[in-house]
Design a protein around this ligand. Structure first.
Ligand code: HEC
Length: 103
């Protein structure tokens, strides 16, 4: 037979463990949600850039017409010119690149 004290200690201990476990899982879910939200925001910004910058000289290319690697070289080589720089900064080009790669 367990004594009352041992019983009480065990209950307190179990409550404590439960707190720790639920505490951890909420933190993890929260940070996952934050990451997802952040990712969506970034995607939207990049998509906007793509849709507004890449139509300035020609029609907006279809995203699925090229592979990720092709996109990277198109933006790196085809558009690494003074003319293109006037319209698209390096930072913007990087954002568009990762957007196109993720699509
Ligand atoms: C400064 C004007 C300009 C801007 C801004 C511009 N392009 Fe272009 N783009 C061109 C020209 C000019 C060509 C034709 C190049 C050639 O001779 O193949 C071209 C060609 C392309 C092609 C076809 C490449 C091929 O191999 O045939 C793709 C795809 C393309 N651009 C994507 C983009 C994307 C994505 C953006 C936004 C990051 C963009 N362009 C922004 C001028 C521009």
């Amino acid at each position: 037979m367990m004594s009352r004290t041992a019983y009480a200690i065990m209950i307190v201990f179990l409550l404590f463990i439960q707190q720790v476990i639920s505490g951890c899982s909420t933190t993890v879910t929260k940070s996952l949600q934050k990451d997802n939200m952040h990712k969506t925001e970034v995607d939207l910004v990049s998509r906007n850039l793509y849709q507004s910058k890449c139509v300035l000289c020609h029609e907006l290319p279809k995203i699925n017409e090229y592979t990720s690697d092709e996109w990277t070289s198109i933006i790196d080589y085809t558009h690494d010119t003074k003319a293109a720089r006037k319209f698209i900064t390096i930072e913007e080009a990087e954002k568009i690149k990762s957007y196109l790669k993720s699509m």
